[in-house]
Write a protein that binds this ligand. Structure first.
Ligand SMILES: *Cc1c(COP(=O)(O)O)cnc(C)c1O
Ligand SMILES: [Zn+2]
Length: 386
């Protein structure tokens, strides 16, 4: 498949895969792919990331742990919409990051890199540690100290990454890792890396593959804003390749305490003002200065979508409602459904992306759930407790 990197600001083209941003204007890069190479069928069969390899810009045998192919659950809601939840928490490391990582780590190997790094609110580090272990690469993880959910930290540590807890928030950790990667020739695996987003665009391919049609709206939790950009790119390529006629409205959902994209959208702006001290129970989207804001805002405007903000209470309520339907997700993941519930139900069909697994943040789950009842081992006493 033919592809090149293209700057989203000045449109310059580059054939050098090791770039992250435009050498002439500093803009974000995207992978412009030749969609006429697409040779998959959207027939609902054998769904997983590498089914769509004809549109994925990797030249070697990929590093894979069988990511993608996640279930699309129909769910009950009070609105008239046919509603589905795509449970990305059922990927190998428990979040959608694996889709990006299988492509990004394959690209690292293709480029001959031996070290990779990321700043992370948790899930990127968990996924990167796992795929680096598989590929035999050295992994360096930069986390905001004390702010990472336990399950994610456990994964990064167990899969053998070198974990550096930076005294500062995610935005600070990302600024530092970008600088370190340049100094030490380490390959950067944050979503500013355009190849990661290529893997994540397969969420769009899978939705049409599984539903048999293109839904009217997609609700996506937005943190660093890579995923919503990637999913929009996926739908755009499907339309360009003639698989669908329409593109869903991309609806971003942010937490009230970490809402720079919401604020920009409310004033119909193209750029964001960073939020200085982002705060939310949904740690995966606790980001004040999203790297992919420009791409995300384009996706939202071009698709006729919007941005909704939700409170931490609304996120927890949504998480519990999903749990009641057998869908266990971490708080950030529930924000898409929380956003859907605040919306007016104008769509006939919609998909909420549930981005990560419940087990990622066990402390939050315990905190917001009913506590276990302590009892002596006495049948009579216990019978009365039921
Ligand atoms: C990474 C992540 C997000 C945010 O995705 P962005 O691409 O950074 O906007 C949301 N939810 C979960 C569970 C994540 O791991
Ligand atoms: Zn440029």
């Amino acid at each position: 498949m033919d592809y090149h990197l293209r700057c989203i600001e000045c449109n310059k083209k580059f054939q050098n895969d090791s770039l992250y941003t435009c050498p002439s204007c500093g803009g974000l890069l995207e992978v412009a792919v030749d969609v006429s190479s697409a040779d998959f069928k959207l027939d609902g069969k054998e769904i997983r990331v590498w089914k769509y390899s004809s549109l994925l810009p990797v030249k070697i045998k990929p590093v894979t742990l069988h990511e993608g192919g996640t279930p699309l659950y129909e769910i009950v809601s009070s609105k008239k919409t046919d509603l589905y939840v795509k449970h990305e928490g059922l990927n190998p490391s428990g979040s959608f990051k694996d889709r990006g990582m299988t492509v990004g780590i394959s690209k690292a190997v293709e480029l001959g890199k031996s070290m990779v790094a990321c700043a992370s609110t948790g899930n990127t580090s968990a996924s990167m540690a796992m795929y680096s272990a598989r590929a035999g690469l050295k992994a360096y993880v930069f986390l905001p100290s004390g702010k990472v959910a336990l399950g994610k930290l456990a994964q990064a540590m167990m899969h053998g990454a070198r974990v550096i807890a930076v005294r500062g928030n995610f935005d600070t950790a990302l600024r530092i890792v970008r600088e370190i990667c340049v100094r030490k020739d380490i390959y950067l695996m944050n979503s500013v890396n355009p190849f990661r987003l290529e893997g994540q665009k397969t969420i769009a391919f899978e939705i049409v593959d599984q539903l048999g049609y293109c839904p009217e709206a997609i609700y996506v939790p937005v943190g660093n804003a890579g995923n919503i950009s990637a999913i929009f790119k996926g739908f755009s390529e499907l339309r360009e390749a003639g698989y669908t006629d329409t593109i869903p409205k991309m609806i971003g959902v942010q937490a009230e305490g970490a809402n720079p994209i919401y604020r920009a959208f409310s004033e119909r702006k193209e750029t964001i003002e960073p939020v200085e001290n982002p705060e939310t129970i949904a740690t995966a989207i606790r980001i004040g200065s999203p790297v992919n804001a420009r791409k995300a805002l384009k996706a939202i405007y071009e698709s006729g979508g919007r941005v909704i903000q939700v409170s931490d209470d609304e996120i927890v309520q949504a998480q519990k409602l999903l749990a009641k339907q057998g869908i266990g997700v971490e708080p950030a993941s529930a924000s898409s459904f929380a956003g859907f519930m605040k919306d007016d139900g104008e769509f006939e069909s919609a998909v909420c992306i549930a981005t990560g697994n419940l087990l990622k943040d066990p402390e939050e789950a315990v905190m917001v759930s009913e506590k276990p009842v302590e009892a002596d081992p006495d049948i009579e006493v216990i019978e009365r407790l039921l």
